[in-house]
Design a protein around this ligand. Structure first.
Ligand SMILES: C[S@@+](CC[C@H](N)C(=O)[O-])C[C@H]1O[C@@H](n2cnc3c(N)ncnc32)[C@H](O)[C@@H]1O
Length: 291
């Protein structure tokens, strides 16, 4: 079997988020008092300081100075354009202030929100349709660490265009991200707000304790390098009984996946860590199975 863009993967670089976007900060302090809709989150009254960043020409200038012309061009095409076309706000970063602030009692909660690049979502969608064939629609799509919902909403648009349907879930531990995702879902005209639209749920929950089993045993899990290896290890343990198909963008902690018996079945390289994506399945790689 042939898969598009199958290339050997090199060990990805660790990405520096602030270097990636170099965003300007319009600081706004807020207290996270959201209640978990699933009731499976340990709520703490720890103050969560977030910076909802504005975005402007200065940010493109900073990208250009950091990485040359390619980064601002790709950033525009792969992140900013989605929002311009759809009227959403998915690309501006939300940064958790201060390493000592541990929202919701989490440890190791250090990654800021940034969105996946559109081309990575498109290519993973096309590859998965090929890999899963007729079974594709029987899977539920889960973006773990969904942020403001970019991937779920891009996936919705791809499903619509292909005349397909799939239940979709986005989960994030950071309440303001889920609020933003729900706002974006409304703008795009999807989810429970729109009669007849595909089912999209955005859930405020910790990926380590989320009840994945409730959503069946056919899951496509999307991860854009959302947390440290230690948290990924716990999330993979929670997912283990289901053995989902995994789309892993910027696959920094590939060794955690392989330690759980996952093998790469498709991959694409890219010039930037955000432009590298792999698809993994448990057990033998499809190449091995063909032999
Ligand atoms: C890099 S962003 C990815 C956003 C989105 N998946 C995308 O690709 O556009 C990582 C997200 O993971 C979330 N996150 C970090 N730790 C988490 C945890 N333990 N449970 C759920 N979400 C978490 C962060 O709040 C952040 O929004």
């Amino acid at each position: 079997m042939n898969f598009p863009d199958m290339t050997p993967l090199v060990q990805p670089e660790r990405e520096n988020g602030t270097e990636l976007c170099g965003l300007r900060a319009d600081c706004a302090a807020m207290k996270d008092v959201e209640k978990s809709r699933e009731g499976n989150l340990n709520m703490h009254t720890t103050q969560v300081i977030t910076r909802e960043n504005g975005f402007g020409i200065g940010d493109y200038w900073r990208m250009f100075r950091a990485k040359g012309i390619r980064l601002p061009i790709d950033y525009f095409l792969q992140a900013h354009l989605f929002d311009l076309v759809n009227g959403t706000d998915t690309h501006t970063a939300t940064i958790i202030e201060g390493s000592t602030v541990k929202p919701l009692g989490l440890q190791d909660y250090e990654r800021p929100y940034r969105c996946s690049w559109t081309g990575e979502v498109n290519k993973a969608f096309a590859a998965l349709r090929q890999i899963l064939g007729r079974d594709f629609e029987r899977y539920t799509f889960v973006d773990i660490g969904c942020g403001k919902g970019k991937v779920v909403l891009a996936w919705t648009k791809l499903l619509r265009r292909a005349g397909l349907d799939q239940p979709m879930i986005g989960i994030d531990v950071h309440g303001p991200c889920i609020t933003g995702a729900i706002r974006n879902r409304k703008i795009i005209g999807a989810g429970s707000d729109v009669p007849g639209a595909p089912s999209i749920r955005f859930v405020h929950a910790d990926a380590r304790t989320f009840n994945y089993g409730e959503h069946g045993n056919k899951l496509i899990v999307y991860l854009y390098n959302p947390f440290s290896a230690a948290i990924l290890q716990s999330v993979m343990a929670a997912l283990n009984p289901i053995a989902p198909v995994i789309v892993y963008n910027n696959p920094v902690d590939l060794d955690v996946m392989t330690s759980f018996g996952y093998r790469i079945v498709w991959g694409k390289e890219g010039w930037h860590p955000n432009a590298r994506t792999i698809i993994l399945m448990k057990g033998k790689s499809l190449e091995q199975e063909e032999r």
